[in-house]
Write a new protein. Sequence first.
Lengths: 143, 472
Amino acid sequence: MSRKTVRAPLAATAALAAATGMCLWGCIETYGVETAYQSQNRDPYMISAQFTRLAGVAAAVPESATLGYLTDAAAGSVTASAMRTAAQYVLAPRLLADGTGHDWVLGNFTRPADFAALGRAQGLRVRQDFGNGVVLYRREGGR
Amino acid sequence: MSALAWVFDAPILGCLLAWRWIGLRGVAPGWARRLLLLGMGTAGGIGLASCLYFLVGVLAGSPVAAMAAELGLLGYAVWGAASAWRQGGPEGGDGPLGGAPSMWIVLAALIALVISSAAIAAGWDSNPQGNWDAWAIWNLRARFLASPGLAPRAWSPLLGSITHPEYPLLVPAFTARCWAFSHSLSTAAPAAASYLFFLGLVAITAGAVAVLAAPSLGALAALALAATPALVHEVSAQYADVPLACYFAGAAAFALLDQPVAAGILAGFAAWTKDEGLLFLVLFFAAAACLRPKLLWALLCAAAPVTLLVAFYKAVLARGTPSLLGASVPGAGHRLADVSRYGTILAAFAREFIGSAWYYPIAAVVIAAAVLRFDRERLRRSAFAGAIALALPLGYGGIYAITANDLTWQLQTSLGRLLIQIWPLALLAVLAAVRAPQIATSSQAAAATVPPLKSIDAHERLTGKSRRRKGL
C-alpha cells in the first residue's frame, strides 16, 4: 500500500524551527539563571541547621507534647516568623503554641540573655539550655 | 522499601488502572495515547494514593491498613492489566496527520527536559527541604499526617494562618504516606513527587495537543513547558502549584478528548490539592455546562467522591479555620472600591511576565500560532480550556482585589505561582486550536491530502484507523 508523504510548507517549518530555537535558548538561559540563584540562595532560612540546633529539644520532649513558645524576636518580623515556623517544622509532630501556658515551653532566642530570668518572669524554670539560643523550659510545679 | 520506592509505586498503580480502565481506546497516535496514560497514571495514581492514605491511614488511624489496601489495589490492577493485555489491550492507530512528530522537535524537547531537570536538581541540592511554603505548609503537615494518632494536628488552628491548616491535603497526605510506609522522613519523597507531577504535566499536555492538533505541536508543547523558567523553578520548591497545574491541564485535556471520567477524577484531585482547585472546579463545571454539556453529568459523577472528601475536610475537620477568601470578606467592599489596587495588580502581572522570562515560551507559541493560524472548528473545541484559562486569572485578580493581607506582599509571594497553575492550561487551549503544520499555509496541499477536520475527528480519532502520513 502506498503512503503519501505530506511535507509542511516552508513557512510552517520555519515557524516551528523559530519556536523550537527560542524555547531551547530560553531553556539554556533558565539553567544559568536557576543554578546561579540556587547557589546564592542555599538554604536561606537555615532549615537543615535547625535539625541540629533543636535536636536536644526533640530528644527531651515526647512527640505527643504541645509546647509553648517564647522568643525575643520582634513580633511580626520576618525573623520571628521564620524562626517559629522552622522550629515547628523541625519539632513536628510536636505542636508549638504561642504563649507560655503549657508544661513544656521552647525558648528560641536570637541573642544571649539571662534565659532563667526570662523564664521566671513567665512562671517557668529552665529544664535545659542547649546553647545557640535554644532553651527548654518547664512550668513551675510541672513534673 | 525506601520512601522513594513508595513514591514511584503510586504512578505505577495509576498507570495500570488508567491503562486497564480508561484505556483511551482509539485515541491516536499511539505514542500520544501512551503519554496521556502515563500522565493520567502519574497524577491520578498520586491522587488516589493520597486519598487512600488520608481515609485509611489518617481518619481510620491505621497506616498499615492503608498500605495493605493499596497493595491489594495494586494486585487487582496488575491482574486487570494482565487480563487486558491477554485480550490485546486498548487499540490506537496513528493520527490524522501522521503518527510521529518531526524528530528534530522531539529531540529539542528531550534536550530541554534534560536541561530543565539539571536546573531542578540544582534546586534539590541547594534546598533539600524545599522553599518556604514546602517546609512551612506542605511538608510540615506531612510530618503530622505521618504520625499515627497525631495526624489531626495537620489541621490544628494552633498552626496559625502562616501554615494554612485549612488547605486541602493531597500533597501532604501523599508525602506522609511515603514516609509512614517507609518509616523514614526522607527529603527525596516530596522532591520526587514534585518532579513526577512535572513530568506528568508535560506528558498530558504534549499528548493532548498531539491528539487534538498535530504530533509536532505536541512536541512543541512539551518544549514550551520545559522552557518555562517559573515552572522549572517551582518544581524544586516542592510547592503544590505544579501538582495543581498538572490537575488543571489534565482535567481540561481529558474533557477535550471526550474522556469525562478521567477529566472529572483529575478535577476532583485539583480541589483536594489547594484552595485554588475549588475555584477551578466551579469554573470547570460552568464551562462544561456551557460548552460541553453532554459531558457534564459524567464529569460531576467522576469528580464527586474526591469533592465530597474535600467538602468533609473543609466543613468538618478544618471548620473554624478561616480561608484566605473568608478572612478577606470583612471590608471587601471598601477594598473593591479602591481603584489603585487594580493598578497595583495589573502592574504586578506585567512585572511578572517581564521579570520571569515568560517571553521565551510565550513568544514561541505566538510565532507558531501566528504562522500556522487557528482552525475555526478546533478553536470552538478548545474554547472550553481557553474559557477556564481566562476565567481563572480573573478570579485570582478578584481575590487579590479583596484580600485583607498587604496587597504588595501578597502579589510578590504568590502571583508567579498562580500563573504557573494556568500556563499549561492556556498552552493547551492555544496549541490545540492551531492548524497542523501540513495544512497551515497551503490550502492546496490540504485539499489534496487531508480530509475535512470534522471527518478526522469523527472517524479517525474514534476508530484509530489511520491514514498514515509522515511529515511534521
